[in-house]
Design a protein around this ligand. Structure first.
Ligand code: PMP
Length: 426
């Protein structure tokens, strides 16, 4: 028995499913989740002392790679001054200014502790601001696990939503409409019918929770247009894409400015941080400036702020993003070539430092239906083949992969050669 297997058995006794977040449990790919004990740069080490090249990077935050010295130093310095005060600190303003200066839509920002809190609060704010209840989201996008957002599409395109988890009231689901990602015509059709009821549209501007699906030309533009036409609030959920697909997020990359933006992951540098922000006249409605309640005992925590500040400062180097994006391209091109050489039908998507592989005959993957039609069994065998050979990929075929600054060309080439070995077995 490996030590991971032993620890997983023990964990199952005290923790539901042995994990504190479901996708970690390897339910999709099968087998026992790997328990890790340390990580540095592009590498992560498990409790059996096996090292892996890590393309999960804690699901996105570790854009500098693990244990980056300046982040670790900043955290240690902050820790020595006390863990939390529940009162304002200078670091909150420093990080707020760094974030607002970089993200075009943000005049003001409120820090929270997770992406879930950020999207939940942004939706409450949008509903209060517009005085409307209906929210529009897209199939395959994930915005955390608050009730209004754990809703999937009903049977027809323009019907009511249905809860995607027991415990979510149907009356809440009735206010959430789920449309098809990358389908601008459907968005127009819906808004023509019910636009005046829509408080907000929330979207992952690059979808990263159904593998990696960049927006097709015109999709985000259409969202901006219909929201302007109907005075609905456009929310970009940039929890994953923020500071990852460009220095100013997806809104900078695709040049569409939403009304509100949610952030998480990278802005916390590995500590639990989320944020939502936007135009001043909307943010003014948040308590204590306005009546929309939102709060948090540990929000703006000084240790988390220190990690975020150190991370964002590192991202300011002029060659940071070009270098990072070149690494992603090297990886996806290499994987595509290796698959083609082995006669495996596979295509890839990428945007900035996010990427995904799809085992399919199709050449272009642009929506949820196509993702669901991919060969999941083949992905699962690919995943385990790579794991065995020391490459840690996200343990599910519908998750994006992440590149970090710490991945070297040699790490990437090694990954490609391991993939070539695995492709030969598929
Ligand atoms: N929005 C997006 C786009 C996400 O990818 C995630 C998490 N993967 C969330 C929201 C929720 O963030 P958290 O897990 O920090 O609550």
């Amino acid at each position: 028995m490996t030590r991971s297997e032993t620890l997983f058995q023990q964990a199952n006794q005290w923790i539901p499913g042995g994990v504190n977040s479901p996708v970690r449990a390897f339910k999709a790919v099968g087998g026992t989740p790997v328990f890790f004990k340390s990580a540095e740069g592009a590498y992560i080490t498990d409790v059996d002392d096996k090292r892996y090249i890590d393309y999960v990077q804690s699901w996105g935050p570790m854009i500098l790679g693990h244990s980056h010295p300046s982040v670790i130093d900043a955290v240690i310095t902050a820790v020595k001054s006390g863990l939390t005060f529940g009162a304002p600190t200078e670091a909150e303003t420093t990080l707020a200014e760094l974030v607002c200066a970089r993200v075009p839509s943000m005049d003001q920002v409120r820090f929270v502790n997770s992406g879930t809190e950020a999207t939940m609060s942004a939706i409450r704010l949008a509903r209060a601001y517009t005085g409307r209840d209906t929210i529009v989201k897209f199939e395959g996008c994930y915005h955390g696990h608050s009730d209004s957002l754990l809703i999937k599409a009903g049977s027809g395109a323009l019907t009511l939503g249905v809860p995607s988890s027991p415990g979510v009231p149907e009356v809440l689901a009735a206010h959430t409409v789920t449309l098809n990602y990358n389908d601008a015509d459907q968005v127009r059709e819906f808004f023509a019918e019910r636009g005046e009821q829509v408080a907000c549209v929330i979207v992952e501007p690059v979808a990263g929770n159904m593998n990696c699906i960049p927006p097709v030309a015109g999709f985000l533009e259409t969202l901006r247009e219909v929201c302007d036409e109907h005075q609905s609030v456009l929310i970009f959920d940039e929890v994953m894409t923020g500071f990852r697909v460009s220095a100013s997020g997806a809104q900078g990359r695709y040049k569409i400015t939403p009304d509100l933006t949610t952030l998480g992951k990278v802005i916390g540098g590995g500590m639990p941080v989320g944020a939502f922000g936007g135009k001043r006249d909307i943010m003014n409605h948040i308590a204590p400036s306005g009546p929309v309640y939102q709060a948090g005992t540990l929000s703006g925590n000084p240790v988390a702020m220190a990690a975020g500040i150190a991370t964002l400062q590192e991202l300011s180097a002029s060659d940071f993003y070009p270098t990072l994006f070149a690494k992603t391209e090297r990886l996806v091109k290499g994987l595509e070539q290796a698959a083609a050489d082995a006669g495996i039908a596979m295509t890839t998507n990428h945007a900035g430092s996010m990427f995904g592989c799809f085992f399919t005959q199709e050449k272009k993957i642009e929506n949820y239906r196509q993702v669901m039609a991919c060969d999941t069994e083949r992905f699962n065998r690919f995943f385990h083949g790579m794991l065995e050979r020391g490459v840690y990929l996200a343990p599910a075929s519908y998750e994006a992969g992440f590149m970090s600054q710490a991945h070297t060309d040699a790490d990437i080439d090694l990954t490609i050669s391991k993939a070539a070995e695995v492709f030969a077995t598929l």
